[in-house]
Design a protein. Structure first.
Length: 296
């Protein structure tokens, strides 16, 4: 029987934060073939690879987790493997020993002997490439002490700069969103009132602009999520609206308002393409953890 040969690549890291101090981290690897995770703990002053040959293996039906023990003087942690119903033997101090039972939601069930600390299970897979507050078990989003000494292991987020808090109001993505919103408002006005529309095609054009409004509004929302195809949706909606509207108005002639609407739709087409190119460039520059091979 042939044994599966793991093709392991570096997957990410989980930073463990206690009172805004980085107390350690867990390096995570993943097999390209079976998606099995391999983990190794990292602490200040200990940056070498694990002494065993290869990466620590996980037992079937278990999850990698950090067992947190919080006392008055701070928190300690241990990298372990858990599954619901498992009993973990833990020592809050060298002189104490307690048994902790893992619940169905990977919480720790209260037992008759809970030790002298407060205990928590943090499932590693839920926080890959994130920082987690060990006392709450939730994602940590503020700064830590790590930025004060660049180059130390487990660096996290430096203080937010002005460019992060207030990005340029004139970048192409924001301009495209504003143009799409303007098109949405204008299309709603045209769909509600038939002013300036040929009477023979008034109903059809009102339906068209209702669809244009829906498409432009949807594109604006998806653009905020940086979806690659969202500018193309707005571009296509604007192009269809421009072609149909121009064809319908050829006979009756164009007014100033018609020219303004046409220019707006043309601007949607141009900015939609530029926004698509911008998002594409951002995606290409983005580092993916699977591109980094495992070391060791």
């Amino acid at each position: 029987m042939q044994t599966h040969q793991h093709d392991v690549v570096y997957y990410g890291v989980v930073n463990l934060i206690d009172n805004n101090y980085v107390m350690g981290a867990v390096d995570v690897w993943r097999c390209r073939g079976c998606n099995q995770l391999f983990c190794e703990d990292k602490r200040y002053g200990m940056t070498d690879l694990a002494p065993e040959v290869g990466l620590p293996k996980i037992e079937p039906n278990t999850q990698w987790a950090a067992l947190i023990c919080t006392r008055d003087k701070g928190s300690n942690w241990t990298l372990t493997q858990v599954k619901p119903g498992m009993t973990i033997t833990h020592s809050c101090t060298p002189d104490t020993k307690v048994e902790l039972t893992v619940g169905p939601s990977y919480d720790l069930e209260q037992g008759p002997a809970s030790g002298i600390g407060k205990h928590r299970i943090i499932v590693i897979e839920k926080f890959v490439n994130l920082a987690v507050d060990v006392q709450t078990g939730q994602k940590h989003t503020t700064t830590t002490n790590a930025y004060q000494a660049l180059g130390k292991p487990f660096s996290f987020t430096p203080p937010l700069s002005a460019t992060t808090i207030a990005p340029s109001k004139y970048n192409i993505l924001n301009l495209t969103s504003l143009l799409f919103l303007a098109t949405t408002v204008w299309s709603i006005v045209l769909a509600v009132s038939s002013a300036g529309l040929p009477q023979s095609l008034a109903t059809e054009l009102r339906i068209l602009f209702a669809l244009v409004a829906a498409g432009a509004l949807g594109s604006t929302y998806l653009l905020s999520k940086r979806k690659l195809w969202s500018p193309l949706l707005g571009l296509g909606v604007a192009a269809i609206g421009l072609i149909v509207y121009a064809y319908a108005k050829i006979g009756s002639g164009f007014s100033v308002a018609d020219y303004a609407l046409s220019i707006l739709l043309l601007a949607d087409i141009a900015s939609g393409w530029l926004a698509r190119e911008r998002i594409k460039a951002l995606i290409e520059k983005q580092w993916h953890p699977l591109d980094m091979p495992a070391y060791g």
